[in-house]
Design a protein around this ligand. Structure first.
Ligand code: ADP
Length: 531
């Protein structure tokens, strides 16, 4: 049996018996085979078992009271816990903990949709509700909202939002969270915002309540176990239509982006993206097929990455545009059409810029696009891979930042001599799905059976984290294995942010039982152990 560090077999068995008394024997898993199910199937340390993060046991409470009991028992016996909603935060982690020996608190049984308020447009759900089950519920009850899912839909609205996940429907999923119920490390139950009043009438309607806004400190943290969340919902629009503006000249890029960002500011479009079609044209990220223009890779491998003139000449020759912006309008048909007309006017006034419209998408019935899927598009395409993890820095949606960050990434890959990585991901578009003023690049680090290659890729990942971090483009989210590295990039004023988080941790979880090391926040007794 795997034991949490510093806990004897005798004490651990006592804790397991106490868990079983609280939850019933069926809901405490300590047999090797059962616990192994919580290993991360997509660990970056495949074939390197000594480096993997593994649980000692798992418990599956069914009620808030049982979660409270679990936390109290853990305090009594000093057992580290690791809560998961569905444990499918794919690309950033599975169900395995940040610290080996944790007991997983698997919230899968707490899978109730507690309220869907159609008139006011919100829902209250438990953490075990997955995107797929929520969609089933919406279909069955003819609920007129979109499920705000990432790709794919095995995970949960709660787990995804708490990790600042992104979707095609709402974009910023944590932004849609307007209230949380949290079991604290001492077993107390807290409701945030107006949930602080005894009857919680306004809990779903006004997130601030009175006083400091604390929802945020329970996201990407280890300060509590969330047992309910209030989400505002995205009502099914009448239609949606995307549009893309392209040009063969770099000179057009700045006005193209500025126009897009102004539309975003005015809430005319709900998402936007910026890219260089020719530079991305040989990449295989997102399951894309390379275009078969080998000169692209030759230019990317040049020390300077190719001049603007070289790229423009190539782009014209193979008829793939140099630069691109894209966005989607969503809402009543008349409003979407007017937005498209507005885009036509703006981009039509830019000589050399071409506007292309996507097909209009309707949302009637139960068979519309943008529903939770069971697969990753790109994983299907990357047959040789054992899954992936993401490198995801944040930067400005400007010409300068897009080119500068891509140049840093390209140079780091070039220095590492990783031609395969350079050819697949040497130049990436930026997306502002979640946040209008912040672009994200998602670079997939594929995992292979080849241990040495995995090791080199992990090192490349860390080199990228450091090179981008030094420029102020730190990550917004990271796989479990790298979280302590990511927080090092947040180094203003001698890492005051991390020190502040540690002060909170020490105050509210003095025994350090909740998710040690999550987001690089270690309890006092483990500080320095893994950093
Ligand atoms: P998903 O439900 O999308 O599969 P996970 O269960 O993998 O997400 O959780 C993503 C991250 O959020 C993990 O680090 C996990 O520890 C944390 N987390 C998930 N659910 C909760 C919860 N109910 N309370 C506190 N932290 C949670």
């Amino acid at each position: 049996m795997r034991l949490p560090a510093g806990v004897s077999a005798d004490v651990f068995n006592k804790a397991l018996r106490a868990f079983a008394q609280a939850l019933g024997d069926d809901w405490v898993y300590s047999k090797e085979d059962d616990v192994a199910l919580y290993d991360d199937s997509y660990t970056p340390f495949v074939n390197e078992p000594d480096k993997q993060f593994r649980a000692s046991a798992a418990v599956a409470p069914d009620t808030v009271e049982q979660v409270q009991q679990v936390v109290r028992i853990a305090n009594q016996y000093r057992i580290p816990l690791y809560p998961i909603s569905t444990g499918r935060n794919l690309g950033y982690g599975g169900s395995s903990p940040t610290y080996s020996g944790c007991v997983i608190v698997d919230l899968k049984r707490m899978n109730r949709v507690l309220e869907v308020n159609e008139r006011e447009g919100y829902m209250i759900v438990e953490p075990g509700v997955s995107f797929l089950t929520l969609q089933r519920y919406f279909d069955e009850h003819q609920v007129p909202f979109l499920v705000s899912t990432p790709d794919p839909g095995w995970g949960s609205p709660v787990g995804n939002a708490l990790d600042h996940g992104i979707s095609y429907q709402a974009g910023d999923n944590f932004g849609m969270v307007h209230g949380l119920e949290v079991v604290l490390a001492d077993g107390d139950v807290l409701r945030t915002g107006m949930g602080g009043t005894a009857n919680s009438r306004m809990w779903a309607n006004y997130r601030y309540g009175f006083g400091p806004v604390v929802n945020g400190i329970f996201s990407q943290s280890n300060f509590g176990i969330v047992t309910k969340a209030v989400f505002w919902l995205v009502r099914k629009p009448e239609m949606e239509q995307s549009f893309t503006a392209t040009s063969f000249s770099h000179d057009d890029f700045e006005p193209m982006i500025d126009a897009m960002q102004k539309m975003r500011e005015a809430n005319l479009v709900y998402s936007s993206g910026v890219g260089s079609s020719i530079r991305e044209s040989m990449a295989t990220n997102d399951g894309r097929q390379p275009t078969g223009v080998p000169e692209v890779n030759a230019l990317l491998k040049q020390p300077d990455g190719g001049t603007f003139a070289e790229w423009e000449a190539l782009a014209r020759r193979v008829n793939i545009p140099t630069v691109r912006v894209t966005a989607s309008a969503r809402g009543p048909k008349a409003v979407v059409e007017a937005t498209i007309e507005h885009a036509r006017e703006i981009y039509g006034a830019m000589p050399g810029v071409t506007l292309t419209l996507g097909a209009p998408v309707g949302f009637t019935g139960n068979n519309y696009p943008l529903r939770p899927r069971i697969e990753f598009g790109e994983l299907g395409a990357q047959q040789t891979s054992r899954g992936h993890y993401y490198f995801s820095p944040v930067f400005k949606p400007t010409v300068e930042d897009l080119f500068a960050i891509n140049d840093v990434i390209r140079r780091v890959m070039l220095e590492a001599g990783d031609t395969e990585m350079l050819e697949s991901f040497g130049w990436s578009a930026g997306w502002t799905l979640a946040y209008p003023k912040a672009c994200m690049i998602l670079i997939e680090f594929l995992i292979f059976d080849d241990t040495e290659k995995n090791r080199r890729r992990r090192q490349l990942f860390l080199n990228l984290v450091q090179a981008c971090g030094a420029k102020g483009w730190a990550e917004y989210r990271a796989p479990v294995a790298f979280q302590s590295e990511i927080i090092k990039q947040y180094n203003f004023n001698d890492h005051v942010l991390r020190r502040f988080n540690e002060s909170i941790k020490d105050a509210i979880d003095p025994n350090g039982i909740l998710a040690p090391g999550k987001s690089g926040i270690w309890p006092k007794h483990l500080r320095g152990a893994s950093t």
